[in-house]
Design a protein around this ligand. Structure first.
Ligand code: RFL
Length: 398
């Protein structure tokens, strides 16, 4: 059994298979140090925590993860808070940095006797129509190599070999460019408010998300095509303070910017998630824009379904779990995509941004329909308990 990629998806699949005594190998393009320091997600849904608990993989997050229940919207007409942990189904997020989760999952996988090859990018997945699929790789010494197994779990992200190896015409690809770009920032500074902050501002969106007591993630809506380094740290802090309305609601804690990533908000979903003996999970199956923080959560959900399906097929000879795998995942993926799209609409004036770089400054001219409709969404969210319950359920749910 071959797993491509040691992100949350691949490592959860690997842990489930090892717990069932199945021999497997993970082939990972990056080094161990790289995967253990790659800062990305932080907000884990209750379902994700339940999955990790069920398989004894949640010790670390229970030790140092923190519960999070509130978000704050800062808009043209003031600010309001939603205590989403007590709305809807009354469930909180757990804040636990993805690189720590990956470190925990890797440690457990190795303890359980799992094999992994770092610095070994998969080049192609072959023979997926038959019972012995194989994977060609470039070994750490640069030499090509080939692995063969019963199944291949493609957990190697959007640009990995699994997606590339799907035979032409066997899957449909749904791609959507939301027309928005973010600059993702990681600051060595404590969180500035005790809530997730979403600021809707004429200069563009800004976001604030706690990671640890010493590190905070910020997002700035960013002109498409502009390099991440185009602005100095000082200019970024000035812009964050402006959009977060720090003058009215309190200053931001400044600190060195540890990471800058330009993120074009896109979604890219494949259907189905299986071709013969190749099965996709996580970002390899569906990439959602990070606006609703669903990617790592979907990856864990899919990995559990895939792990269980593989165990049933390999150990018990029952293929039904794998047969149902794609449809079960896709129903979650499309619901997450719908909510993610709604969040993007809530937080940005999409029609204005679509005019592209060089277009006349939108705020001098007449406002488009999107602006009114976005304001109506925010007002409904602020005033309607039914809308707040819907939001809370979808915000923490997958
Ligand atoms: P990963 O984590 O990308 O892991 C894939 C692994 O595959 C390796 N790989 C290969 N290995 C072998 N051969 C090849 N050819 C390979 N090509 C790639 C890579 O090195 C890597 O180790 O995918 P996975 O496991 O599917 O997990 C998905 C999540 O990482 C992703 O969806 C989230 O990080 C998205 N996301 C968030 N999700 C949440 O649920 N909550 C959040 O708060 C959240 N915040 C974020 C995010 C993503 C962000 N970025 C990357 C835009 C914040 C940011 C900034």
């Amino acid at each position: 059994m071959i797993i491509l990629g040691a992100g949350p998806a691949g490592l959860v699949v690997g842990n489930l298979l090892r717990a069932a005594g199945i021999d497997c190998v993970i082939l990972e393009r990056a080094t161990r140090a790289q995967i253990q320091t790659r800062a990305r997600a932080g907000f884990l849904a209750p379902h994700t925590v339940r999955v990790l608990d069920r398989h004894g993989l949640a010790d670390g997050l229970h030790r140092t993860g923190t519960e999070h229940t509130t978000c704050e919207f800062r808009t043209e007409s003031g600010r309001f808070r939603l205590d989403y942990g007590h709305l809807g189904k009354g469930e909180p997020h757990t804040v636990y940095p993805q690189q720590q989760l990956v470190t925990d999952l890797l440690a457990r996988y190795l303890e359980a006797g799992g094999r992994i090859h770092f610095a070994t990018p998969a080049l192609a997945v072959l023979d997926t129509d038959g019972p012995r699929p194989s994977v060609t790789v470039q070994g750490p010494d640069g030499r090509p190599d080939r692995w063969q197994g019963t199944y291949v779990a493609g957990c190697d992200g959007r640009h990995g070999a699994a997606r590339r190896s799907l035979p032409h015409g066997t899957v449909r690809r749904y791609h959507h460019d939301h027309g928005i770009t973010w600059l993702g920032l990681l600051a060595a500074a404590p969180p500035s408010l005790d809530a997730i902050g979403y600021a809707v501002h004429p200069e563009g969106f800004a976001g604030h998300m706690a990671r640890t007591p010493e590190v905070t993630r910020y997002y700035l809506q960013w002109a498409r095509g502009t390099p991440a380094e185009a602005w100095s740290d000082d200019r970024i802090w000035t812009e964050l303070s402006l959009r977060m309305r720090a003058a009215a609601y309190g200053p931001l804690h400044h600190g060195p910017l540890l990471q800058r990533t330009v993120i074009d908000l896109e979604s890219d979903i494949l259907e189905p998630l299986r071709h013969g003996t190749l099965l996709l999970a996580g970002d390899a199956a569906s990439l959602l824009a990070p606006a609703a923080a669903k990617g790592a959560n979907l990856a864990v959900l899919e990995a559990e379904l895939l792990g269980r399906g593989l165990i049933d097929a390999i150990v018990h000879g029952r293929p039904d779990g794998l047969d149902a795998y794609s449809a079960r995942c896709l129903s979650h993926i499309w619901r997450a995509q719908r909510f993610s799209q709604w969040m993007i609409h809530l937080l940005h004036d999409v029609s204005e941004v679509r005019d592209g770089p060089g277009a006349p400054a939108p705020y001098g001219g007449p406002l488009r329909q999107d602006t009114g409709s976005r304001r109506a969404c925010l007002t409904t969210l602020r005033t309607s308990r039914a809308e707040q319950d819907w939001f809370a359920e979808n915000y923490v749910g997958i």
